[in-house]
Design a protein. Structure first.
Length: 543
């Protein structure tokens, strides 16, 4: 009964705090699934959320295909929506019930709310490993549910807001230490969910899983074979499902730029992110270089103050040395794992502020593997959350009265919120001050709507990365050759010139370039009628 009461408290409190935190930050307008106006307003000065939405609407109006998460009407040969960051597992479920959903339907608001609720619930379970004091747990979970890195990703890269996946992985690792039992089903489910949500979480989940398996082997070498087979089985399940949905496979787009989107050495104390000049009222913005903007990992003043105090006490109190050494020994493999996450995130191009400190070459074969996770600074997230967890552990184990611990936790939370209050207000204002209407120039243009009312396909000769146009085509179910996946450079795609042999009577041809227009017209001018819509030259087949 005690166990179920604890679970009930965590679930009920987690749901309430998660919903409240979401509302404080974003209001609740995005929960209206038929409201997609906010998507077009380049939140945080980035249009990636339009890409996510475009992937979904094209997938929704595509026939079922293999891989099952393939939007066959988007791009030449189709596009797997894992690479438009459209949260495939949610898109697949919604596609099944597409016929009963509203004509305009977006699930990103609901998904982010679920992320906040799960973040809070799992954080409570994590902290409960170190204390039964529900008040302390509830207070400190605010650092997790208002985590700057969670807030920064939400509604910018919606799939990457799934930080509850990381917290679950840490929880399974620490829980297995308690009872010497690996959470096979838990890690297997996390693997399946991860490949279905965003592949960038795979190294985090399986990095912690590997640490868990090695620790269990060290404790009981008799189970080595069993653990190895269990781990391989989990990998196979994830890979099989990844192949089925298309996240894994030989036809996937190729990435590069490992070493560009790297973790700056100032990341933990630098309150600068994409779209916002400062997250802090206490700490100054520090310069960055290359793609460091994607490596936002600011801890917040509350955690920085706590860490500073812990470091000072560890240095000045000699009697603590043995305790520190004991903890290092007990967590040696986890610390090694954190080192690997950090080194991979920093990359071979080590940056500090606006300088490259040093750079070293990697073998090309290794670089090709690392390029799969080219936005490497994201792989620091497990270390980030382990820092938060370590601060809580040290406070809880501090040999002072509970009253002093309570006051300290309240003080740290207040410092954290005071530090972040401007960014919280800014984000709330963006979503709640007015209902942002659809500003897509295509969906609001009757000429574009009439143009595609009787045609089922469009071939673009340029402007092939236009995300708003991809949304328009997706909603209308128009087959198109746009390339909006996050691993493709559409500028490098070959453009096939139209002539009488490959002319399609059901395809409209569009270009922004006058020279291209005249070249096409010279080939098929007697087969088409032409018009100009905005910047586009349109060639429409005669029926």
């Amino acid at each position: 009964m005690k166990f179920y009461k604890k679970i009930d408290y965590f679930i009920i409190t987690g749901i309430l705090i998660g919903i409240l935190a979401f509302g404080v930050l974003y209001g609740y307008s995005t929960l209206d699934v038929s409201y997609d106006g906010w998507i077009y307003h380049t939140y945080a000065s980035e249009s990636d959320v339009i890409q996510h939405y475009a992937g979904w609407v094209n997938y929704r109006n595509s026939p079922w295909d293999f891989p099952i998460a393939k939007a066959s009407i988007l791009g030449e040969g189709g596009t797997v929506i894992s690479f438009t960051d459209s949260i495939p597992i949610v898109a697949i479920i919604c596609k099944i019930f597409s016929s009963v959903l509203p004509e305009t339907f977006q699930y990103f608001g609901i998904y982010i709310l679920v992320c906040f609720v799960l973040q809070e619930i799992v954080a409570m379970k994590l902290l409960s490993l170190y204390t039964d004091n529900k008040l302390f747990i509830t207070i400190y979970t605010l650092f997790f549910v208002f985590s700057p890195i969670l807030i920064e990703r939400s509604f910018r890269h919606c799939a990457l807001a799934s930080h509850w996946i990381i917290l679950f992985s840490i929880y399974f690792l620490l829980k297995s230490r308690r009872d010497n039992k690996i959470r096979w089903f838990g890690f297997c489910l996390l693997g399946l969910l991860t490949i279905s949500i965003h592949p960038y979480f795979l190294p985090m989940v399986y990095g912690l899983f590997i640490i868990n398996c090695i620790e269990m082997i060290i404790k009981d070498k008799k189970n080595t074979i069993k653990i190895i087979f269990g781990f391989v089985g989990n990998i196979l399940c994830t890979c099989t499902w990844g192949y089925i949905i298309g996240a894994l496979g030989s036809n996937n787009p190729v990435a590069d730029k490992y070493g560009f989107f790297s973790l700056n050495l100032n990341a933990l104390i630098n309150p600068l992110s994409q779209g916002y000049d400062s997250w802090s009222i206490f700490f100054p913005v520090l310069p960055q270089i290359l793609g460091n903007y994607d490596g936002f990992n600011y801890l917040g003043a509350g955690i920085i103050v706590a860490l500073s105090g812990i470091i000072v006490l560890a240095i000045t109190k000699r009697k603590n040395y043995n305790k520190v050494l004991f903890r290092i020994k007990n967590n040696f493999l986890l610390l090694i794992g954190c080192l690997f996450f950090t080194v991979f995130s920093v990359t071979n191009v080590v940056t500090l502020n606006d300088k490259i400190i040093f750079e070293y070459k990697l073998p090309q074969k290794l670089l090709n593997i690392f390029n799969i996770f080219r936005a490497s600074a994201r792989e620091f997230y497990p270390v980030y959350y382990l820092i938060l967890l370590s601060v809580f552990y040290i406070i809880i184990k501090w040999t002072v009265s509970n009253r002093k611990k309570f006051y300290l936790l309240i003080f740290l939370v207040l410092i954290q919120f005071l530090d972040l209050h401007n960014i919280i207000i800014e984000k709330n204002r963006y979503f709640t001050t007015q209902r942002l209407e659809n500003i897509s120039s295509f969906e609001n243009d009757e000429s574009w709507i009439r143009l595609f009312s009787e045609n089922s396909s469009c071939y673009m000769f340029d402007d092939r990365g236009n995300r708003e146009l991809a949304v328009f085509f997706g909603k209308k179910g128009i087959k198109n050759n746009l390339r909006i996946n996050n691993r493709d450079s559409f500028e490098q795609n070959e453009t096939v010139m139209v002539n009488r042999s490959n002319f399609d009577i059901n395809t409209i041809y569009c270009t922004k370039e006058k020279d291209t227009y005249y070249l096409i017209f010279d080939n098929i001018g007697d087969l088409v009628t032409t018009k100009k819509l905005g910047e586009y030259y349109i060639l429409i087949p005669k029926k």
